[in-house]
Design a protein. Sequence first.
Lengths: 244, 288, 300
Amino acid sequence: MIDLKLSGALATITLQELEPLSRHDIEFALELRNVIRDTADDDNVKAIILRTEGSDFCLPPTASDLKIAADSRIKKAAAWHAAYSASAGLYQNMVYCKKFILTVTRGQCAGAGSMLVLCSDFTVSSFDATFAAPFAQYPESNLVLAELTMRLNRAKSWMLGGSAWSAEKALHAGLINQAVDAADLDACAVSAAKAAALMPLDGVAMTKVLLESFLDTQGVGQDFDMADFYASSMLAAQTQSREK
Amino acid sequence: MHPASVRCERNEGSQIGRLIIARPDAKNAILIEMVGLLLQGLDHFAKNDDVKVIVISAEGSDLTSGFDPSQVELIYKSAPGGAVKKVPSQRARLMALNLMWWGPDGLYTRILHSPKVTILAAKGMCYEVGLYLTLCCDLVLADCSARFANPRWRHVGVDGDLSMLVSAVGLKRAKGLLIFGETWSASQAHSYGLIDELIDAQDLESEVLKLATFCTQVMRDGIAAEKHVVFASLAKMQITTGFAAATAVGAWASNLHFRDGEFNFLREVRTHGLENALRNAEFYFSAL
Amino acid sequence: MKIYGNSESIENAIRQILFEKSEEGIARITLNRPEKHNAMTVPMRTRLMALLQQCDLDETVKIIVIAGNGKSFCSGNEINEDWGQRVPGQKRMSLTMANRYASDLNYGRQGFSQALTRSKKITILALHGYCAAAAYFMIATRCDLVVVNPSSKIGALEARFLGPAGAVSAVHINRILGTKAARRYGYTGAAMSGDDALRIGLAHSCVPDEEMATEVTAIAERLAKQPEPILAYYKSRICASESLFQTNVREISGLLFSHFLQAGDDEAHFWTQVKKSGVSGALDADKARLAAATQKLSDA
């Protein structure tokens, strides 16, 4: 269930939950992708806020979630590619979005939620938010993007460290932009989005053209392009592990 | 004719060259002539075998408020194809931006490719040109008054290189400054990795000299060897591409169209000057 | 493959780079030349590379921990070492030898630093005390997870008297520290403390010296609980991203010039000083020179 509200230059996309993305739900991803893409194409919109209801942004995937996600990648490979790893898929629509995207997080942020945070331009979080790395479980997760966001070793540390980062640590690393009291979270997000929306529409286009070119020179697009290989490699590793 | 507004100095026998931006009554707003003087100074010190370190600093309480908006049109009109028609052509804008800032002979490229170690003493407003001086100089000491931003960007869009800023502070952090209108205090800049050290105002000059002296202890051959391979790695990090993109998008920006209801920042700057334009923008948006 | 070194350094390497492997699959490579702050000879680096390659082929190895005995992790490469570079009758260093040293025996595609960065196993470094020069460029900034203690002294500490030699230009160092910090540490030769290393992003964690072994073991054991193919997948993701981000290879390096630097009349030449007074004497002379320059500035 995706709710879209438009208010001047701001669009707010509210989801009841993000966990279907962690299960590689194809339809859900495509629906969210469509809403983001179509909203970004609206000349009245300059900044898009992406948020969820509830006390957590995206809960850590369960073993069952991961199994469903793996099955989706194997049994619906082409559809999974289209929804999750393709240039027209959800995450690349976010990273290369024509408008600014802000994610608003509270509580746990894991799995697909962490991908959405990485792929957005700006993130406002509550002080109690935590952030788990998605790379071990999701082949479409972009490690180059993480390295560009927080520096090389921090990205490795996040990936291999074994525990979710606190908001304080995420802020220091540059994964999020602001950490605020939970009560002020939505207001701060709106304030940040409004600041971004001061930019004239043509200025937004200009900024995004520069960013898009920059990201591809740094290897972000290429890491997305490799996602299908990573998926095969992950499958082989999991199969070998079971056999041992 | 403006008085000489960048001084190029070196004490007899010193291995430290100084470039001092000196237009404090205008918040060190950079004029075309000053860019030329900075380039001349960089070249002069580059060719002097005695010099190992170049320190860039400023008189008054600010490093610079940015390029003087009164001369923006002049840059374009002076370029080939700039005065053919009433509005400077795309080719004139491209050539002007390339020549002035981002191309091989542009100020930012020349600082970044200086064969000597470059040290910046930052204070007060470090806006626009000041932000890029901060990014392109090797080492930056700032006093607590320093603040870093490009206030125009939120009103017109980003039209400069992204690669140096992101390489220093990270992608999302950079976007806070690029897009979301942040001005970074000296403390924030230090925490984010934009500057090297935060110094008390009264100690800035002495600490800069101390750092410069420290760097002069490295052999000339050692500095030069490293500097020239840094140029290769800058290309590898795609800084060169970022600079080329800045030229292209900066020129493209001239076609920017303000829609109904949008604050025509460029017209405000032309009519009322930059400071008033920024202030009027704040009033306009607070009323919305 | 030709073995470089002299008879003594070749013979000692097996004692100076220790190797053991636990039942949990944690391989430990320990530098063991504490009397010289674990300064690495060419045969030590060759052995290090061989062990890394051996671990790549060993499915029972899941994690590699690298550490050093004694007061410091490693002060860098052994200075002024006879590794076979001197050709009878040839007085000057040649490009061939400089390239062999810089590339083959250090950062090149076939060298030990590449074996480390491209290792198929996750690598954890226990860094205490000094970690300078080659240990900084080629080990500390190549391991996946780095554990430090507050009193660690890390960096291109030799930059002031040997030139930065890659400390500023190395893309991987720029991407780990950020471009400003890479320049700051590279052009000044200043030491990064453990706290600095954590704050800037080089280190995964910073713990008191007495807790380092426990911390490193805990990290290694936690990771080693995962099946080896899964860990290999993580490492393949890391290697792929480093390829795309251009951090895992070396570019043209200032190290190529190290043997050819000319000192001006007003400059101290490190190697000339070494010939006169040995390495310690040369280091002391450099410190005295810096102190004098700083004093002159204070007096001004």
